[in-house]
Design a protein around this ligand. Structure first.
Ligand SMILES: [Zn+2]
Length: 238
């Protein structure tokens, strides 16, 4: 299984149980640790009850912590479309990185390994590009990983995940545009979008930007975001 890749079994985590669903997602995370050692300590700590299937070190080394047939505990409370229990439905890949706030870019070797590993998993479980996501997509109120430095565009060049080119337009959204934009995000899969309390949508929109328009994180919504949502829906449905 995945024998084409050099994967280490040096560390194992007991933080898993049985899957209740078929695997159909791949979820990327960053470890928010300074190094591999600290990451492995967290992901194997019985008291913390977190884990992931894989962790990828700065030098590109891949470690398997949990059997891919089992349900690792990486996603927590999360949702995509109307699907919950993403842990049961996914493979979790952690990448060693201290976190977005520390402004440390991912290493080229790490991303090369992410690409190789994801390609194999995608093939093995027949996972569609629209279900290769970040933790921030499926848990937008709690998480921001894998953050603005995660190279989604580069991954898409290798046929991993969905990506469309930017159409930049600084004009603000009208009320009608805003409703259309929210509906597009909902159709695309973003969970928890509400018409009743609009301030709640902010974190979701911010995480949509994190993945698809990282230069817009922290900024006011413009038509660039609306155009992105329209083009993403087109390729998702094509
Ligand atoms: Zn995460």
């Amino acid at each position: 299984m995945l024998c084409q890749l050099n994967i280490s079994n040096r560390f194992k985590s007991k933080n898993f149980d049985n899957r209740k669903k078929r695997v159909s997602f791949i979820i990327f995370h960053y470890t928010e640790t300074k190094d591999l050692e600290e990451a492995v300590k967290l992901l194997t700590d019985k008291k913390r009850k977190v884990s992931s299937h894989y962790v990828i070190d700065y030098d590109g080394s891949i470690y398997n912590l949990v059997d891919i047939e089992k349900r690792a505990w990486h996603a927590g409370e999360s949702c995509w479309k109307n699907l919950t229990d993403i842990n049961s439905r996914s493979i979790g890949i952690e990448i060693v990185n201290p976190g977005e706030k520390k402004k440390v870019k991912y290493k080229i070797k790490q991303i090369d390994s992410v690409i190789k590993l994801t390609k194999l998993l995608k093939k093995k479980f027949k996972i569609s590009n629209s279900r290769i996501l970040g933790h921030s997509d499926i848990a937008p109120f709690r998480k921001v990983d894998p953050g603005i430095y995660f190279p989604w565009k580069r991954l898409n060049e290798k046929d991993i995940g969905l990506w469309v080119e930017d159409k930049l337009d600084k004009s603000k959204l009208t009320e009608k545009d805003y409703i259309l934009f929210l509906n597009n995000l909902k159709k695309f899969g973003y969970p928890y979008i509400t018409d009743y309390l609009r301030s709640k949508n902010k974190a979701i929109i911010e995480n949509f930007h994190r993945h698809h328009l990282p230069q817009m994180v922290g900024k006011e919504l413009t038509k660039s975001s609306l155009f992105k949502s329209i083009d993403l829906l087109k390729i998702k449905n094509s």
